[in-house]
Design a protein around this ligand. Structure first.
Ligand code: SF4
Length: 231
């Protein structure tokens, strides 16, 4: 029987959302960590509130060096054990041999094919072990995230719970929290990045652009998801 989505008070804090979501999931729950400000804040919030939360990460093979540095800093600060997931070599080797190293820039289909191999398939392996997963998604990040819920059912991944504790946080709140707690911060942010992803598909954004404008900047705004957060 599927677990019920719990009711949340409108004033629920990120720690409340985490605690209630994990309890409702009734089994192992992990954070999908991309080493963004959001994910680091969630690790810190869970740590300070004494909430047990697993952490996994997808190494797509195309991450920035700066991102690995954050992973290492988290390991030291929180004694964190990160479960890494990689793409299957039997998928990624033929992709690179037949399509080249930058096929994702040629069409939306080719970009989705790369994301499927490097992100979506490893994610589905990670989620098979879990009753729930935690993400750093926030409503204000982009037009694709406006109708997010704090706790929702992930129907594309076996109906497990998806918990979004920072759903209502603004970017200002996030940055203040990170500074107040002196959290490890990806050096890409000081170069104008506002979202952390694969190196060839993410860039710094201009003043006034939304936080995810630097992802797949050659595509339309409504396409800016990689398949990890299809709903
Ligand atoms: S973000 Fe780019 S490099 Fe990363 S998996 Fe998707 S298409 Fe491939």
């Amino acid at each position: 029987m599927k677990t019920k989505i719990p009711e949340l008070s409108p004033n629920a804090s990120p720690a409340d959302i985490l605690r209630i979501g994990i309890e409702a999931a009734g089994g192992p729950v992990s954070l999908a960590c991309s080493f963004s400000l959001e994910d680091v804040a969630i690790i810190d919030i869970a740590h300070q509130a004494g909430i047990k939360l697993g952490v996994f990460a997808l190494d797509t093979g195309r991450l920035n060096e700066e991102t690995y540095e954050v992973a290492d800093a988290l390991k030291v600060r929180y004694h964190l054990k990160i479960e890494w997931y990689f793409p299957r070599h039997e998928d990624v080797e033929p992709l690179e041999r037949s399509e080249g190293l930058f096929s994702f820039r040629e069409s939306l289909d080719k970009r989705h094919a790369c994301c499927q191999i490097r992100k979506v398939e490893p994610l589905s392996r990670a989620l098979k072990e879990l009753s729930g997963w935690v993400t750093g998604m926030r409503r204000e990040q982009s037009i694709t995230r406006g109708d997010l819920k704090a706790i929702e059912r992930d129907t594309l991944n076996g109906g497990i719970l998806k918990i979004n504790p920072l759903i209502d946080w603004s970017e200002e709140q996030l940055v203040s929290y990170s500074e107040e707690q002196s959290l490890p911060k990806n050096r890409l942010y000081s170069q104008g990045y506002r979202s952390i992803g694969c190196a060839p598909c993410t860039r710094a954004v201009k003043e006034g652009e939304d936080a995810r404008a630097g992802r797949w900047w050659w595509e339309n705004p409504e396409n800016k998801e990689c398949g990890l957060h299809r709903r």
